[in-house]
Design a protein around this ligand. Structure first.
Ligand code: GCO
Length: 475
């Protein structure tokens, strides 16, 4: 440990971290990662069902068929959330539970599950934050072309309208998409995620249709939700980007454009990023962006959700790298330099100050837009000993990042909440069950849950807040 890390570790023991009034502290999950029950009650197949069942796609051939079996253990999991004192819970809705094939009337059994979840949260004074899309596109829509196909955006708006009508009296905050960068670039360019395609043009086209889906869904939600105090948001993933040498500014500009500007500029500024267009000119002229699209995408949001895990050091190399599929179309000549910092089990450098920098820079760029950390957390190789998990490394990680958020708040950032990824261990996409992010352990043999020390730590932080109040006051 360096002195700085020792200092940070010591501060993780500081008992009082006080957030501003109205701030919400909680945890997040996603449908495919925890629910299981993949063919129950009329649920259709998603791209992740098909992908995970394709040999060689996920570590150990793991699938979400059972996952943490949350679908069948809803009440127990709600009780666990209550026992931690969570103030908010961010979950996602599985689109193929609602529309098995991605279009047509709602499956009432699917709606019923989320209705029970939301009621269960509200009965326990936990604010429900619902994400409509956390990567589980109905396979039938992928068969019809997937996100590179414009019609998928319209199907998404139809689904958003179903959800707004069904549950729009009870959800405090609606989030359209989670991390569209991953959907577009890991799904269609690098192929590491479902549907596993490797086509740069398809990925860039998908990014636009995800933006369009976001804008159309916001309008559909505003037309269908009956609770006038409901808030609307989107969650994007942010990479902290750090320089290593004189070529780094160019590398940072490229990755910033591809990762962040692809979504921020259309959604919040109503335009395409010039930098993105020029960096990808060898692949497309962006003529799939039709007149009027940017205005449809640029709808107001109440909160910008950000997921932050790590920062990367980048620089340019003088050749284009190899020909392997990449998640950075047009920018193969950017090199991600292996970090010298301590890392999580994902190999991601631990850079809490990157969160502070990110929050300050977003709030400088969008001064009127409240922010929320919708995911932050870490995988470590937890060990269970006699019914306990002493995950000090996760406690240290979370404390350091909470402190970074508090410093950003001190610097004037309007941060409204902090949701830890994740409530429970779950299916970590292509890595299957090999990586554990939960503050609650899941024994995948017995599906038994054990609150880890990090869960107790979060509960202590929450209970030491002077007073909690819901994100949105309901009538
Ligand atoms: C995300 C991911 C989560 C991951 C987490 C850790 O939104 O990034 O959706 O589903 O599990 O980020 O990789």
């Amino acid at each position: 440990m360096s002195d700085a890390q020792r200092d940070l570790a010591a501060r993780s023991e500081t008992p009082r971290r006080i957030f501003p009034p109205g701030f919400v502290l909680g945890a997040a999950t996603a449908a495919y990662q925890i629910e299981g029950a993949h063919d129950a009650d009329g649920r259709g197949a998603s791209i992740w069902d098909v992908f995970s069942h394709t040999p060689g796609r996920t570590m150990g051939g793991d699938t979400g068929d059972v996952a943490a079996d949350h679908y069948n253990r809803l009440n127990d999991d709600l009780d666990l959330m209550q026992s931690l004192g969570l103030q908010a819970y961010r979950f996602s809705v599985s689109w193929p539970r609602i529309q098995a094939d991605g279009s047509g009337p709602a499956n009432l059994l699917g709606i019923d599950f989320y209705s029970r979840l939301i009621d269960g949260l509200r009965e326990r004074d936990i604010t429900p934050i619902a994400t409509l899309y956390h990567w589980d596109l109905p396979q039938a829509l992928e068969d019809a072309g997937g996100w590179p196909e414009r019609d998928t955006s319209y199907r998404f708006a139809e689904y958003a309208s179903i959800m707004g009508n069904a549950l729009g009296d009870r959800v405090a905050m609606w989030t359209t998409l989670n991390e569209p960068w991953c959907s577009a670039f890991m799904g269609y360019a690098s192929g590491e995620h479902a549907p596993g395609r490797t086509d740069d043009l398809a990925a860039l086209t998908a990014s636009h249709h995800l933006n369009l889906a976001h804008g159309l869904a916001l309008s559909a939600l505003r037309d269908s939700v009956s609770d006038p105090s409901a808030q609307y948001s989107v969650t994007l993933n942010f990479h902290g980007l750090e320089p290593v040498d004189s070529t780094s500014p160019e590398a940072i500009a490229r990755i910033d454009a591809l990762t962040h500007r692809t979504f921020l500029d259309p959604m919040l500024n109503g335009r395409l990023s010039d930098r993105l267009v020029s960096d990808t000119q060898g692949i497309t002229d962006w003529s799939f962006v039709e007149p009027g699209d940017l205005a449809l995408i640029n709808q107001p949001i109440d909160v910008l959700g950000l997921n932050y895990y790590s920062s990367d050091e980048v620089r340019m190399r003088d050749h284009a790298g190899d020909d392997n599929p990449t998640a950075w179309p047009g920018s193969r000549n950017v090199e991600f330099v292996p970090t010298r910092r301590s890392r999580t089990a994902m190999g991601w450098g631990i850079v809490p100050e990157g969160l502070e920098t990110l929050l300050v820079s977003l709030s400088t760029e969008f001064p009127d837009l409240p922010l929320m950390v919708t995911e932050n957390g870490a995988a470590f190789d937890d060990v269970e000993e006699r019914g306990a998990v002493h995950d000090e490394d996760r406690v240290a990680y979370l404390s350091q990042h909470f402190d970074a958020a508090l410093r950003a708040i001190d610097r004037g950032v309007d941060l409204r909440g902090y949701l830890v990824w994740s409530l429970i261990d779950n299916f970590e996409w292509a890595l299957g069950y090999a990586k554990r992010f939960g503050i609650i352990r899941v024994d995948y043999e017995t599906l038994e849950r054990t609150v880890k020390d990090s869960g107790t730590w979060l509960a202590d932080v929450i209970s030491s807040q002077p007073r909690s109040r819901p994100l949105v006051e309901h009538n």
